[in-house]
Ligand binder design. Structure first.
Ligand code: BG6
Length: 304
C-alpha cells in the first residue's frame, strides 16, 4: 500500500496555521487541523481521528503507547471506524474483527477552513480488496468538523443494485484520569453483556467500571456524559443515526493479552462507541444512504 505524498498533500490542501499534513508514526500521513476552538489529527490510514484537544483542555482521546502503526493492523486508540460489521464477522471468523475500514488507506477529497470552523472529508470506495471481504458496492464518506465541538459523520451510500445490511461503530477511546473514579451517565435500559453472555441485562443509574466491561446498550438514542472528577471535566458525547452504544474497558487480564496495549493502560481509558449494532443493524437500499454522527464536547467541572 502506497502512502500519498505528504509534500503533495500540503501543496494541494494545506493552509498555514489551519491545516497541514505530516508523516506520523509508521510514516502514516496525518491531517492536522487547528482553529481557535482546538486541534485535531486524522490518520488517512483507517480514516481514524487520533487526537482532539479543545483549546484550554487536556487531550480528549486516548491512544495506547503500544499502538501498532502497520498496514493490515488496527491502530489502538483515537476513533477507529468499525465498518461494515461491528465485532467478529457474523459467519466467518477469518475476516477481520470490526470490518476492514480501519485497515485501509482512505482518500482525501476536500478540506475547508476558517478561523472558527475546519473540516476534512475522506472517502473509501469498493475495490477488489473490499469485495473480497464484502461483496457490495459502496461509497463511504468520513466528514470531520472542528468548531466548538468535534463532529464526526460517517455516511454509507449504496452505489450497487442490491440492498445490503451493515453494522458499524465509531469506536471512540476516551482519556480519563483514573477509571475507578469516573462515571458514565445517559444509558439507562437494556444491554447485551459480551463478558458474561447474559442476554439481556438492565442498567439502572450511572455506569461505574470495576471489572472488564463489554456491553452493547440497545434501543438508545441518548447522549452520554463521562464525568471525570480527577481531570475536573466532563466529556459530552452526542449522536444521531444510532440506536446502540457500546461501552468497553478490557480491565486487567485482557489488557495483558493485548500486545498493542500497555498492561496498566486500562486505568486511563474508556470506550464509548456510537454504534449501529445487534438489533440496530442498518439496511440500505440501492442509491440510498445512512449517516452515523458523533459529536464530542468537553465542559470543565469542579473536582469532586
Ligand atoms: C469493542 C468490542 O467494541 O472492541 C470488544 O465490544 C473488543 O469485544 C474491543 O474486544 C476491541 O476490539 P479490537 O479488535 O480493536 O481489539
Amino acid at each position: 500500500m502506497n502512502f500519498p505524498d505528504v509534500a503533495q498533500l500540503n501543496k494541494n490542501f494545506g493552509a498555514v496555521g489551519r491545516i497541514a499534513f505530516r508523516a506520523g508514526p509508521g510514516g502514516f500521513p496525518l491531517a492536522v487541523m487547528a482553529n481557535k476552538h482546538g486541534a485535531t489529527e486524522i490518520s488517512l490510514y483507517g480514516g481514524q481521528v487520533l487526537s482532539y484537544r479543545p483549546t484550554g483542555h487536556l487531550p480528549v482521546l486516548f491512544v495506547s503507547r503500544n499502538a501498532i502503526y502497520a498496514h493490515g493492523k488496527p491502530i489502538r486508540g483515537g476513533i477507529p471506524i468499525c465498518w461494515p460489521w461491528f465485532g467478529p464477522h457474523p459467519d466467518d471468523s477469518s475476516r477481520p474483527m470490526h470490518g476492514f475500514a480501519r485497515l485501509l488507506q482512505w482518500h482525501l477529497t476536500t478540506v475547508e477552513y476558517g478561523a472558527e470552523n475546519s473540516e476534512i472529508r475522506l472517502c473509501l470506495l469498493d475495490d477488489e480488496r473490499t469485495r473480497a471481504f464484502w461483496p457490495h458496492q459502496f461509497e463511504l464518506t468520513l466528514r470531520v468538523v472542528l468548531d466548538a465541538s468535534l463532529r464526526i459523520e460517517l455516511t454509507t451510500l449504496n452505489t450497487g443494485n442490491k440492498p445490503f445490511v451493515l453494522t458499524q461503530a465509531l469506536h471512540s477511546y476516551f482519556s480519563v484520569r483514573q477509571i475507578m473514579d469516573i462515571s458514565i451517565r445517559g444509558l439507562e435500559g437494556a444491554y447485551y453483556d459480551n463478558v458474561t453472555n447474559e442476554n439481556v441485562r438492565q442498567q439502572n443509574g450511572t455506569i461505574l467500571i470495576r471489572n472488564e466491561v463489554d456491553r452493547v446498550y440497545v434501543n438508545t438514542t441518548s447522549d452520554c456524559v463521562i464525568n471525570d472528577p480527577g481531570l475536573g471535566r466532563q466529556i459530552l458525547i452526542g449522536k444521531r443515526g444510532s440506536h446502540a452504544t457500546v461501552i468497553w474497558n478490557p480491565w486487567i487480564d485482557k489488557s495483558k493479552r493485548m500486545t498493542d496495549f500497555g498492561d496498566d493502560e486500562y486505568t486511563r481509558m474508556v470506550c464509548v462507541e456510537t454504534a449501529n449494532a445487534r438489533d440496530d443493524a442498518v439496511s440500505i437500499a440501492p442509491g440510498q444512504k445512512h449517516t452515523l454522527i458523533q459529536t464530542l464536547r468537553t465542559d470543565m467541572k469542579p473536582k469532586e
